[in-house]
Design a protein around this ligand. Structure first.
Ligand code: BGC
Length: 552
């Protein structure tokens, strides 16, 4: 790779930080975080080492799905600020070398969006075809329900006209009909608008639904979801050159291939690596690296025009739907023993540190994710090891306000008006907060800062191929990432077991100088010419070694 590749393909080794402005920092005392709050924390994010902020939805919304129910795509929700604040945010971030991406939520609108209000007036309304209607729900209406505790069908009856509309998510989120060219024009116009305001790309919500024409055929025209995705990618490239599309595609690897654009790689630039995350939790639950190794062996090898976004936790439930029933049960038993910790029969509504109950184990999980080729994505609060508040309903348990100081530090307004209550006790702000952790060299915050630095200092990692290393410890995952061309390699060992262990490495052809250099403490370990070495790894420990060039 050339170092200059990291400029135009910036997203191949980005450190992405996802935050919801509503829960980040409240600067006007109304109990709701705001865009000004994010502006005030740009230097904090720069200090942490983040290179890209992903802003969760901040558009006008009735707020029945935390902003994923949009009623106007061109307006900032009043509680959060204005378009002026948004532009200031992008400008401030850019001045610190940080890009901003936003959610593109166009699979559905809110039922309060003017298009839907019009569409439900009559079957002949000119907005009717912006949505998907049927006289009767189809036979599969009760299948693949995404929010099974809330919805019983993916079709809802609209009283006024007596017809049914499609909604893959909540019934207050009618699906847009992308087979209608007018809807596609609206989507393009929206993308173009935000690119003009300086965003560096989009986190594309619910891709497999958005780019599906839901069985609606355009009269006489051939329609292909993947061709449409390519069109969008080309459009983004025309308007912004290096804009990125990061898609939410929670599917098995073989099904993700098509959304990357197949062999050509001209579909989504990036996809979240849900398979790795789910198998990571299985490995943690079983204290066994083998299920993770098995999954990594299936991981797609991506070309230069694509990349994985790796993550430990996101803003939704920790979904386990790609695991088998038995595997899921094992993770539930370990990390969601109480039924109230589980949701939708497939996930856990907890944050990482309370689940793993051990600092070393928590750090292991993040180190593992950062050691893979891909761009790591953090969810706000992970850098300080925030916990959830299970008293808060549903998925919102992990979306409580950012804990800035021992007093909370999120809002100076009336605590009763605070968007959501923070946890208390061991996970409350007195114990877990930015202010204290920034001053503590052993804190999670400092660890995360070091981890981010180690990742950023080796851009080769993101361009590397991933090979699993055979070794005898079932609790250990050992892998080597090799950059094309320049001989750079990183060897990583992660021990999912509680007991420390000695790993015998045998990697012929890897040795350059006869030493392995520890990525974190700079210590050196002999590496025999034949490519063998003996490495000690603590219980829940990890070691990263670089071979070849790189910063000393
Ligand atoms: C988001 C969810 C949201 C859903 C509906 C997603 O996949 O991540 O938070 O509820 O889309 O928009």
């Amino acid at each position: 790779m050339r170092t200059s590749d990291t400029a135009d393909l910036w997203w191949r080794n980005a450190v992405i930080y996802c935050l919801d402005p509503q829960t980040y920092l409240d600067t006007d005392g109304n109990g709701q975080g705001d865009l000004q709050g994010v502006i005030d924390r740009i230097d904090y994010l720069a200090e942490l080492g983040v290179t890209c902020i992903w802003l969760m939805p901040f558009f006008e919304t009735p707020d029945r799905d935390d902003g994923y129910d949009v009623s106007d795509y061109y307006v900032v929700d009043r509680r959060l600020g204005s378009l002026g604040d948004f532009v200031e945010l992008v400008r401030m971030a850019r001045s610190r070398g940080i890009r901003v991406i936003i959610d593109l939520v166009m699979n559905h609108t809110s039922d309060e969006h003017p298009w839907f209000k019009q569409a439900r007036q009559s079957p002949t309304n000119r907005f009717r075809d912006y949505y998907v209607w049927r006289k009767k729900p189809p036979k599969n209406a009760k299948q693949n329900i995404i929010f099974p505790e809330v919805e019983t069908s993916t079709w809802a009856k609209d009283d006024k006209t007596g017809e049914y509309y499609l909604h893959h998510f909540y019934s207050h989120q009618p699906d847009l009909n992308v087979s209608n060219p007018k809807v596609r024009e609206e989507i393009a116009k929206n993308i173009g608008f935000w690119l003009e305001l300086g965003v560096a790309g989009f986190r594309v919500d619910s891709v497999p639904f958005l780019f599906d024409n839901d069985g609606v055929d355009e009269a006489g025209a051939h329609y292909s979801a993947i061709d449409y995705l390519r069109e969008i990618r080309e459009f983004v490239a025309r308007r912004s050159g290096d804009g990125v599309l990061l898609g939410e595609v929670n599917l098995h690897y073989d099904e993700q291939r098509k959304w990357f654009g197949g062999e050509a790689g001209d579909g989504l630039h990036m996809q979240f690596d849900f398979m790795t995350t789910q198998h990571l939790f299985l490995a943690l639950a079983r204290q066994d690296g083998r299920p993770l190794i098995k999954s990594l062996k299936q991981r797609l090898r991506l070309g230069a025009t694509n990349q994985w976004a790796t993550f430990v936790r996101n803003h939704d439930e920790l979904t386990l739907d790609l695991l088998t029933n038995k595997e899921r049960e094992d993770v539930f038993a370990a990390f969601g023993p109480d039924p109230d910790m589980r949701i939708f029969g497939r996930g856990i509504r907890r944050r990482v540190p309370p689940m793993l109950e051990d600092d070393a184990r928590t750090r292991l999980a993040y180190a593992f994710i950062f050691s893979l080729p891909g761009s790591p994505c953090l969810f706000y609060g992970e850098e300080i090891g925030m916990g959830e508040n299970l008293e808060v309903e549903g998925r919102h348990a992990v979306r409580t306000p950012m804990q800035w100081s021992p007093e909370g530090g999120f809002s100076e307004g009336d605590p009763k008006r605070m968007v959501r209550p923070m946890p208390d006790g061991d996970w409350g702000p007195k114990k877990v907060n930015v202010e204290s952790e920034r001053h503590d060299p052993n804190s999670m915050w400092r660890f995360m800062q070091r981890l981010i630095r180690a990742y950023r200092e080796s851009p080769q990692l993101a361009w590397s191929s991933l090979e699993l290393i055979e070794q005898d410890n079932p609790s250990v995952v050992a892998h080597v990432c090799r950059a094309p061309d320049d001989g750079w390699a990183m060897i990583a060992l992660h021990n999912f077991g509680e007991q420390g262990t000695l790993v015998e490495l045998d990697l012929p052809g890897t040795d350059t100088d006869g030493v392995l250099v520890d990525r974190f403490d700079g210590s050196r370990l002999p590496f025999a010419e034949s490519g063998t070495a003996r490495v000690e790894v603590d219980g829940y420990g990890f070691r990263w070694f670089t071979v070849g060039q790189g910063l000393p």
